[in-house]
Write a protein that binds this ligand. Structure first.
Ligand SMILES: *Cc1c(COP(=O)(O)O)cnc(C)c1O
Length: 363
């Protein structure tokens, strides 16, 4: 019997890709699949990403892995290359590399490359994490354009820090900064992540870079993917492995953090922080047992968590449990856990079995 399982719906992913494309007709869509497709398992998702114009990852190793899986489309390295040897590999494998620092620029200019490097200049428009200042853009573009082993088409990209906050003044400033800095820029421009794409019309430009929204999850802490017409790709499931009578006044689990105030029945679910379900998840967080919302109670253990099924519960060992998915948004669980949905899906461990389905074919 399969217990901890992340079931991934390829139909939902195709649907989301279609919805997001509709938000920026004419723009190329870069599917951000870093961190193993946000914990969803990139290899299994590739068939549903066929419509994406390009893929993006953070690191070189992730890009090389995608090439090994047979991806022939452009792949963007969002953090770029960290040394001369990385650049050789990136050029060889035709990976697009962001260039965000003087060190990266110097490395590109210093060493001839086996094939033309597809370069993107990273601009800092206000995130203050990576990138060149807007006033440096012209000079850097000129240096790259004059470099014989840099491909002719050079792009420019930047990243939002607060696009998930409606009406954020910082986002308005970043957008205005990007527009004015790139007004005369000859190559493709890219700014919007999921939040930009969903909440900031005017940030789309030539290449959109959605990550979290592709997986059907809203980038801000308040809304849900469904509010934007998106469908959750992941259902995190498990099963009851014990159902027990539990007396009033008795605690459960490590540290005795929760006590029942009535006689009830407790369910033990095969899901714990060893699977990536956070130990910090509070009592009261909803869990779906047989499609019914029940509260998590007591500390989450490494391999198990407990739920209060209620005094009249008829649930049996082996019955299905949903930790998050279409019927219980991961955004809601994240609010109970004091984190963001990104972290919940990405932190699932290898013990959780990833299975892939296509709900369109099940109809
Ligand atoms: C991760 C990342 C994205 C995607 O962000 P989402 O919020 O998941 O849409 C886009 N651009 C860059 C540079 C990133 O690092």
């Amino acid at each position: 019997m399969l217990t901890a399982e992340a079931s991934l719906d390829l139909a939902a992913l195709r649907h989301n890709l279609h919805v997001l494309r509709g938000r920026a007709p004419g723009a190329k869509l870069v599917a951000v699949v870093k961190a193993d497709a946000y914990g969803h398992g990139v290899a299994g998702l590739l068939p549903a990403l066929a419509e994406a114009d390009a893929l993006a990852v953070a690191r070189l190793e992730e890009g090389l892995h995608l090439r090994k899986l047979g991806v022939t489309r452009p792949i963007l390295l969002l953090e770029g290359c960290f040394c001369a040897a990385d650049l050789q590999l990136a050029a060889q494998q035709e990976l697009h590399s962001l260039i965000h620092s003087p060190e990266q620029l110097a490395a590109v200019l210093a060493h001839p490359l086996p094939k033309p490097l597809h370069a993107w200049i990273k601009l800092d428009t206000g995130m203050h994490r990576l990138g060149f200042l807007p006033e440096q853009l012209g000079d850097i573009h000129a240096q790259l354009a004059a470099c014989p082993w840099v491909a002719d088409e050079i792009g420019v990209a930047s990243h939002f820090s607060c696009a998930d906050e409606p009406g954020s003044a910082s986002t308005q400033t970043q957008l205005a900064c990007f527009i004015s800095a790139t007004a005369d820029f000859p190559g493709p421009k890219s700014l919007a992540n999921s939040a930009g794409l969903l909440y900031w019309p005017g940030s789309q430009f030539d290449w959109i870079r959605p990550g979290i929204a592709l997986y059907g999850i809203a980038p801000d802490g308040q809304r849900c993917g469904a509010d934007e017409g998106l469908r959750p790709v992941m259902s995190l499931r498990s099963r009851l492995i014990a159902v027990r009578d539990h007396p009033a006044g008795a605690p459960v689990s490590y540290g005795e953090k929760w006590c029942s105030d009535r006689p009830t029945r407790l369910g033990v679910v095969a899901m714990g922080y060893g699977d990536g379900y956070p130990r910090s998840t509070a009592s009261g967080t909803p869990v779906l047992v047989n499609g019914r919302r029940v509260p998590l109670v007591g500390s989450v253990c490494m391999d198990m968590l407990m739920v209060d099924l209620g005094p009249d519960a008829q649930d049996q060992v082996g019955d299905p449990v949903l930790l998050w998915g279409p019927e219980l948004p991961v955004e809601e669980v994240a609010r109970h856990t004091g984190t963001i949905p990104y972290e919940l899906v990405i932190k699932l461990t290898p013990r959780v079995v990833r299975t892939y389905r296509d709900s369109d074919r099940e109809r």
